[in-house]
Design a protein. Structure first.
Length: 478
């Protein structure tokens, strides 16, 4: 459901008692955390209990399991996400009462009020770059408020109220949320067609990023990863509008460059040049070229905000990841298991490159769950082609999220496009059958990677449990 953004967004301290429908979600839970830290009255509801809900209760939120009209009888403001349906009883009751109803983007803008906002946008890499920037700034002596789409390993949470004037936020383009913010500075990691169920065309999607750039403070800053053609085009557009732009990447004409990249196991090492000045070498505890570019963008923002290289480097080198971004789940029977959020062909390719580095002499065995019927219809063949970089591939059926099923668009579309021998690819629509299929294919020394934005993340622990009671030495095909 799309809720209109009000013409005037009140600061959070003027919203009264705030109720979140779906408070356990990655976006809403972070906003709720920040409001609770500021002493605001917060309640919410969700369909199932979770550690996130338990943590919010501990912070003072009144949290209900299930949705009911009586949950909003003493509420002033209702916050909903696009996943909420129009017949949700709490939304229906809020409308009946004439309560203030805000989409997630407006609620985030409300807690941003009065802060110097750094917004991180892009088709891929938003969560990791926002996380890297947050820990880099913290290590350099800043104390930013942050709201990220995943839990930081260092803090175990996706949002936190800071004592400084900076607010670091992931700026989501999927539903146009990033067009609600007025950042002082922004990062754009890349611009590639996605979320066409909302934007309609690639041209409209790219135009939205131009509009986002127009919303940056005229005295502020835009950092673009110019190795990406879409971000490079955006940088040129923003420069033409008079905005200060810093291009980063491996490209020879980037203002801040990464050179001498070396990938060893789960680490990535590179040298940083700011113009003609060599600043030093950085070693990340996360693998993959795309993470190097994310870190370079985060570093550049910190430098341009006036922080020193050594402090920022200390934070980046200490970064151990974000939940669901090449997250190590464990090891059993000599098989390592990782989980990642990749659900777009470019993200799949990047994470498989990283997995290959971590796997070393072992093979990469992937379970991939396509996300959304609309995305699979458009990108399903490209998803399958990207999965060809693995050694063994198991494709699940499409995770529907906010859409209805389409019998013509299933995981079979993706599996059929994987350029591997047929015996190395399987379409397994029965979710509960996937762990055993992965264990059957895995050998000691292999890396099993679960990929996708849906319930596939639940498979890692089940695979590890099976591995612990199963000898995979004879598994897999020669």
């Amino acid at each position: 459901m799309r809720v209109p953004v009000p013409d005037t967004i009140l600061p959070a301290d003027r919203l009264g008692r705030v109720h979140f429908v779906g408070i356990g979600g990655a976006g809403l839970s972070g906003i709720a955390r920040i409001m609770l830290a500021r002493g605001l009255a917060v309640s919410g509801s969700d369909g199932t209990d979770s550690p996130t809900l338990e943590a919010l209760r501990g912070l003072g939120a009144e949290v209900h399991l299930g949705h009911a009209a009586e949950h909003v009888h003493d509420v002033d403001t209702l916050v909903v996400s696009t996943a909420v349906r129009e017949d949700n009883p709490e939304y229906v009751e809020a409308v009946r009462q004439g309560l203030r109803v805000l989409p997630r983007s407006a609620a985030l803008a409300a807690v941003m009020a009065g802060r110097r906002v750094v917004a991180v946008a892009g088709t891929h890499g938003k969560t990791t770059t926002t996380s890297l920037l947050t820990v880099a700034l913290q290590a350099a002596g800043a104390d930013p408020t942050y709201a990220v789409g995943g839990d930081l390993a260092q803090t175990g949470t996706n949002a936190q109220e800071g004592g400084g004037d900076l607010f670091v936020a992931e700026a989501d383009e999927s539903d146009g949320a990033f067009l609600v913010y007025r950042p002082y500075a922004a990062v754009v990691t890349n611009v590639e067609a996605d979320h066409l169920d909302n934007w309609g065309t690639e041209e409209a999607y790219r135009a939205a990023f131009a509009e986002f750039a127009d919303r940056i403070d005229p005295g502020g800053l835009l950092v673009c990863v110019v190795d990406d053609d879409g971000a490079r085009d955006l940088a040129a557009y923003a420069r033409g509008r008079g905005l200060t732009v810093v291009g980063v990447g491996e490209s020879a004409d980037a203002d801040v460059r990464a050179t001498d990249l070396v990938f060893e196991g789960s680490t990535s090492r590179f040298t940083v040049h700011d113009g003609d000045v060599e600043l030093g070498t950085l070693t990340l505890q996360i693998p993959g070229r795309h993470y190097v570019l994310d870190a370079l963008a985060a570093l550049t923002v910190g430098l341009r905000l006036g922080h020193d290289f050594d402090g920022l480097r200390r934070g980046l080198e200490g970064f151990t990841g974000t939940r669901r971004r090449m997250e190590r789940k464990g090891e059993a029977a000599g098989v390592r298991v990782y989980d990642s959020y990749a659900h777009h062909p470019v993200e799949i390719a990047g994470d498989l490159q990283a997995a290959r580095s971590v796997a070393g002499e072992g093979r990469v065995v992937v379970a991939y769950q396509p996300h959304l019927v609309s995305r699979t219809r458009i990108f399903g063949v490209a998803m399958g082609e990207a999965l060809g970089a693995a050694d063994e591939v198991v494709v699940l059926d499409v995770y529907l999220a906010r859409e209805d099923a389409d019998p013509e668009v299933t995981g079979a579309l993706v599996a059929g496009a994987v350029p591997l021998p047929a015996e190395r690819v399987a379409f397994v629509p029965d979710f509960d059958a996937v762990p055993a299929e992965l264990v059957r294919r895995a050998r000691p020394g292999d890396l099993v990677l679960t990929l996708g934005a849906g319930t596939v993340t639940q498979l890692g622990p089940r695979v590890l449990d099976l591995l612990a009671t199963h000898d995979p030495a004879g598994g897999g095909d020669a």
